[in-house]
Design a protein around this ligand. Sequence first.
Ligand code: SAM
Length: 339
Amino acid sequence: MLRTQFKSWGRGCQSPCLGNANSSEGGLIAARDARNHFAQRCKLPGPLTPKGLSDPTRRKQCKASVDGGNTSSALYNEDVRLYDLSVSFRDFEEEVDFLQEVVEKHVGQPLKSALELASGPGCHAVALARRGVEVVALDNEEAMVAYGLAKANAEGVKMDYICGDMASFDSIPTKDGKVQLVYLLFGSVAHLLTNDDFIACLNSCRSVLAPNGIIVLELQHPNDVFKATELTGDAWEVNDTERESMLLVEWGRDTDEFDAISQVLQRHISFNVISKKGEIVSSKEVVLPQRLYTANEIDALARVCGFDIVQHCGALDLAVPLDDEQQACRMVVILKPQA
Ligand SMILES: C[S@@+](CC[C@H](N)C(=O)[O-])C[C@H]1O[C@@H](n2cnc3c(N)ncnc32)[C@H](O)[C@@H]1O
């Protein structure tokens, strides 16, 4: 199997620098080496070399005290703050700049209304609401909805947050029931496990999209699918200043099962909280099924639903083409209803 040494969200992007997390040396340690090696190429979310995980006994203890379950709820519903922290290395303001620029370019108007699907903690939705955009967020985990709404309240911004399935909604609470933009970021398309789910999601989007509206999808870079780097593990660390600890995120393992026909990967994800003393405070592990999509599949499925791809980008940046260069780290697809 072909493998690259670091992964999609790290390919020149502002993201954790990721390594093969499951070598013979042991997952996170190997990942940390890769992280150091590539530190010059990526803006890393935080320094740190926790003592705990370099000690094999502690690693064992870590695995033994896993308290998660094998459902996505265990990851997305039980401790939303940890999920929020795990992805906090991103620059949400820059990403939201991109959403506004895309709408100006492809809709021909300033962004006034948007729907975020699988919005999790709602960081983009809150940032857009702060800029005066009428925003609705949607997620199927109640805890995410409560967390996102609390975040909006704390910032004093107005935003609607629906608890629902992105593959089956037909109305949203905006003034005219429509939006100029629907967006689905950070690989969350992978939660649409089948072609039917994807089609149902696009049909739902169509029912709330203004006539000239667009859909923005951010997926893994094609190299990650074709070079199978999506099938290897990642790991990164985030400093938790609030709890004076370190969150170690393990995102996939080499041994994760991949179904070649459905293209669904059973991704092991673990969140390990390490104290300043290097002790493991808590550890959660889940197995999350995720569908890997190629560019051609997105194109075919979009056309089935009456959409065309109007642009591909290699990052959340209109100036970055989708190619094999270092700065192209994701596959961003912009869809518009066919005329
Ligand atoms: C990787 S997180 C992404 C969150 C956010 N978009 C971000 O950029 O950080 C994926 C989110 O998708 C949600 N999700 C998974 N399946 C879903 C579905 N069928 N409908 C709505 N939300 C879903 C999860 O609860 C989780 O909050």
